[in-house]
Design a protein around this ligand. Structure first.
Ligand code: 9MR
Length: 468
């Protein structure tokens, strides 16, 4: 039987051909296969209904076919993981990590230090700075430690900035009890618990401009300070919960503003990720076909940032289907890329086509400004690390003619005529390099965790490996 997506793919081909465009894609291409090809992560949350087992069978099928990164809607938050003091519950998080592993997906952890979804027992210590510090440190140590090497990136601090007149958010037990230094400490503790995890500051309204009065402007100043002080921050997550501009005339965000933030962060060697995207319409209004098409264009404009900015690599949507979305609580509707019946919307097609047609600028490789090169601590795509170094790298069959396979310290490369191989340590420092590699090369490096990059002309592949 043909899947929804094959049907959608064929329908889209037909639409494109009907409009005179010759571009068409194979019926088996998915957002995921195209994201892989473009070296980015595309994902959607596993929502709380999935954890409860209450979703139709094709939800999971769609999720694992279309996405290569996953995050839990609520199940890794403080109240879920430490419901009572020093008693941790990892059941749901483990379930997601297992699912991600089985399906070769990257895992985001959300969120360690946040003012919301904090269990009541924490508030009992609101006037005890020393105790609160030890509570937060213990939480981070345990949670990050539990998923060390399995959760690739964490929202270490979420929504610590206030909405108006940017300043720190005051109604937060962490801010009130500890002061803004809870942020610096949280990053340091998270890094100590898993030195290889990418660590993000995550917030909303970051698409509203980078002037000092906007949230992103205030954040930028803090990121500069954190970087200057050696705080291990590697990324900023822009939640990007936005509204369609025709239904909210006062909405001031734009993809261009978010792109400006990405460019400023690049100067600091910090990544930008879109972590919770939805583009809703006001509740109660009739949403027409052309509204949905316009929505698709906005999804595409945000995707362009991720495709085009070298320090942007992740495009995560806060839900799969409009049927299970938090947006109703915000007086918005229909903000996702699948409709109530799990059918792809015009936004899905818009993303699909953009992923298919995007061509990186010709000088990308020559000037060495590839995505992977911009972050010193890039944990790179597709960590398929296992205990056995002989299968540490799996080829991504059919997605690129270039592939690699590691056996002990010998790296075998297929599909290359004269590849350049570079190996970096987890801080991004080059440790080995070889030119004109055709079949295989011996990696003369010590035991440890590395990133291997193979480039052959305009083709490029990057993987994390364990050398034993
Ligand atoms: O989608 C989440 C919803 O189910 C929860 O009730 C809510 C509680 O605060 O959190 C929602 O997720 C939020 C995310 O964790 C942080 N950014 C805003 C998201 C939407 O509110």
């Amino acid at each position: 039987m043909m899947s929804n997506h094959s049907i959608a793919g064929l329908a889209l081909c037909a639409t494109l051909l009907g409009t005179g465009l010759t571009s068409a894609f194979a019926a088996d291409e998915t957002l995921r296969s195209l994201a892989d090809k473009n070296n980015i992560y595309i994902g959607a949350i596993l929502n709380s209904q999935w954890f409860g087992g209450g979703l139709p069978g094709n939800y999971e099928q769609i999720h694992k076919t279309q996405f290569n990164i996953v995050v839990a809607e609520n199940e890794m938050k403080f109240d879920a993981t430490e419901p009572s003091e020093n008693r941790f519950n990892y059941n749901n998080g483990d379930k997601m990590v297992k699912y991600a592993k089985q399906n070769g997906m990257r895992v985001r952890g959300h969120a360690l230090a946040w003012h919301s979804q904090v269990p009541n027992w924490v508030n009992n210590y609101k006037n005890d700075k020393k105790k609160l510090l030890s509570v937060l440190k213990n939480h981070i140590n345990n949670v990050v430690g539990h998923w060390k090497g399995q959760v690739d990136e964490w929202d270490v601090v979420n929504e610590a900035i206030s909405n108006n007149e940017p300043q720190w958010r005051s109604y937060s037990v962490w801010y009130q009890g500890i002061g803004p230094e809870f942020i610096d400490s949280a990053f340091v503790w998270a890094h100590a618990a898993d030195p290889n995890a990418e660590l993000c500051y995550n917030d909303y309204n970051l698409e509203q401009g980078i002037n000092p009065k906007a949230k992103a402007g205030f954040l930028l100043e803090q990121v500069k300070r954190w970087v200057a002080n050696g705080i291990p921050i590697h990324c900023v997550g822009s939640q990007t919960h936005v509204e369609d501009t025709t239904t909210d005339k006062h909405f001031i965000g734009s993809p261009d503003s978010l792109r400006s933030l990405a460019k400023e962060l690049a100067k600091l060697n910090v990544k930008l990720k879109i972590t919770e995207l939805d583009i809703g319409f006001k509740s109660g209004i009739n949403v027409s076909k052309s509204d949905l098409e316009r929505q698709g264009q906005t999804f595409r404009q945000y995707l362009d940032i991720i495709l085009e900015e070298p320090n942007a690599d992740t495009y995560l949507i806060w839900g799969v289907s409009d049927k299970w979305s938090w947006l109703g609580g915000l007086n918005r509707q229909k903000g996702l890329i699948y409709d109530d019946n799990l059918q792809p919307k015009p936004a899905f097609d818009s993303i699909m086509v953009r992923l298919q047609t995007y061509e990186p600028p010709k000088d990308t490789v020559a000037t060495d400004t590839t995505k992977q090169d911009t972050s010193a601590t890039d944990t790179t795509k597709k960590d398929t690390t296992s205990n056995d170094s002989t299968i540490a790298i799996k080829t991504i069959a059919g997605l690129s003619s270039l592939s690699m396979h590691l056996s002990d310290r010998t790296l075998f490369i297929a599909g290359a005529t004269a590849a350049k191989v570079d190996v970096f340590d987890m801080q991004g420092r080059p440790v080995f390099s070889a030119k004109n590699v055709k079949g295989s090369v011996d990696l003369k490096i010590a035991e440890g965790l590395y990133v291997v990059r193979v480039r052959d002309g305009s083709k490029s592949l990057m993987q994390r490996v364990t050398i034993k």
